[in-house]
Design a protein around this ligand. Structure first.
Ligand code: DGL
Length: 248
């Protein structure tokens, strides 16, 4: 049995789990959303590391043989600690997201959005610069996380928050937006409305590409998912299932 553990602070990592599920790379996916402690993005590094290691401990109970950190914040600050504690591959979404840009023009205007901790960690920015990208604007957009947790994926309130965060950005000029938080792909429609010319980089699709190219896993006939959360599990399951079924 080939089992992949996936975790996030909440429901955002479902955007990653859903892509992995669709790709049929594992017999089973065990998803853990730390809904009791969401958001991670404005917490201290040491707290995020502790929460991430606890998520790993929980997932180890299911005999997983692969871990996907479906949280950019945890990928930014806790990936080394997780790798030290796991005896199986641990993949983070940041390396995968940057790898997804390998064929892009190095002069592209890139907008990076993520939680405060992800933006502050400078992980994306450093990896992008190493690959030769020069025009990078990064903005922390933490209010997008509760919008998604509340299911406010589009509409007046969502538009207002977009306008507030991006009021100083020349939107027409943005070529690529890195959705540096796994909650954000669920806001894709609103991103496309505000940035008509931009290509959106999605952690979930990027990680599927990375798993395929690095591990050469045989495609399964079918793949299933089990959902767990640290608080309100019934509500979490209902919301997660809705998002798994949501068409982009
Ligand atoms: N979905 C997460 C991320 O990718 C965490 C958001 C949060 O809990 O602040 O960063």
């Amino acid at each position: 049995m080939n089992r992949c553990g996936i975790f996030d602070s909440g429901i955002g990592g479902i955007s990653v789990a859903k892509e992995i599920l669709k790709a049929n790379l594992f017999d089973e996916i065990i998803y853990y959303g730390d809904t009791a402690r969401v958001p991670y993005g404005n917490k201290n590094e040491s707290t995020i590391i502790r929460y991430s290691l606890e998520a790993l401990e929980f997932l180890k109970n299911f005999d997983i043989n692969f871990l996907v950190v479906a949280c950019n914040t945890a990928s930014a600050v806790a990936i080394e600690e997780l790798r030290r504690e796991a005896s199986f591959p641990v993949l983070g979404v940041i390396e995968a997201g940057v790898e997804a840009l390998k064929n892009e023009d190095k002069n592209s205007n890139i907008l990076l959005v993520g939680t405060k901790r992800t933006i502050k960690s400078d992980k994306y920015q450093k990896l992008l610069k190493k690959r030769g990208f020069k025009n990078i604007t990064s903005i922390a957009t933490p209010l997008f996380v509760p919008l998604v947790e509340e299911g406010l994926l589009e509409g007046e309130i969502t538009d207002k928050i977009f306008e507030m965060y991006f009021k100083n950005i020349d939107k027409e000029k943005i070529d690529i937006i890195i959705l540096g938080c796994t909650h954000y792909p669920f806001l894709s429609k609103t991103f496309k409305k505000h940035f008509p010319n931009a290509r959106l980089i999605h952690s979930g699709q990027a990680i599927v590409e990375m798993i395929k190219t690095t591990y050469n896993l045989p495609i399964k006939r079918e793949s299933s998912i089990k959902l767990f959360s640290s608080d309100a599990p019934e509500e979490f399951k209902i919301n997660a299932k809705k998002l798994i079924e949501l068409k982009k």
